[in-house]
Design a protein around this ligand. Sequence first.
Ligand code: F6P
Length: 326
Amino acid sequence: MTRIKKIGVLTSGGDAPGMNAAIRAVVRTALYNNLEVFGIRQGYEGLIKGDFKPMTSFEVSNIIGKGGTILFSARSDEFRTEEGRKKAYDQMIANEMDALVVIGGDGTFSGARIFTQEYNIPVIGIPGTIDNDLYGTDYTIGFDTALNTITEAVDKIRDTASAHNRLFFIEVMGRDAGFVALRSGIATGAEAILIPEKETHLQDLEAYLEKGYQNNKSSGIVIVAEGDKSGGAYTIAKQIESKHPEYDVRVSILGHMQRGGSPSAFDRVTASTLGVAAVEALLDDQKSIMVGMVNGEVTHVPFNKTIKNKKSVKFSYLHIHEILAL
Ligand code: F6P
């Protein structure tokens, strides 16, 4: 039998739509199993400061459809230090908190892994980031909603692009990875997709655009991942513009709108499933893992594994794009 009686839940790093649905699932699963559950505000910052509040079932009513996170989020520099983590541990002891569920991305899990190693505190991670860049899970919470938000925005930009015969470079999020760009590029029928995982050759892009124009395309959309090595949408747009004054070029950076909004049904279901799985993993004496989804099934991935390995984008999507963007 497990000895866990009281757990804490926090959200950390960049917010993502569906984090609230995950909080709700964690709280209700804990209560269902007669555990006490505390919400920790502002991620690891709140853990260090003891910014806790007891969570009831009512506290998480009507949050499943809300964007952002009711527990607030932060990136904590102090938690990166031994002193910071000691303070966090002392707060947990003082409040008789036995275990944690942390919702976030790789930075969140790196902190959790060190904390578990130092203090033997069980911590379970739930993948929450629009970037979908975590190894060991097909989806992270927020990715699907962000794709839908981007698709809606790009469809609208496409109207202007066609009305004015313009070439738009649209930058989407993804500091280190092209998952968001690749999928949204396919979903919006973009003429070209630039991602950090594949080197961008200006002449290839030019040839591609040229072909489109020869095929009587009146407008163009190039989706650029924020982390693309060519330097971002502005840089690449300038290069194309200077070599091709015949193109009427515009740039649009979608920015933080991609992180907001009500989560999609898919993200709500994923968040609910993983929230339940996280608490059940704690009750099952798991200590230092992320709960993920692979082929529709819940998986347990050691933090070590998800942190050390790099998830690969599906290069087959580039092939699909090449065929469809003609
Ligand atoms: O959540 C991850 C992410 O969306 C990255 O793709 C992006 O670079 C980053 O967040 C920006 O976050 P912030 O503005 O909060 O630093």
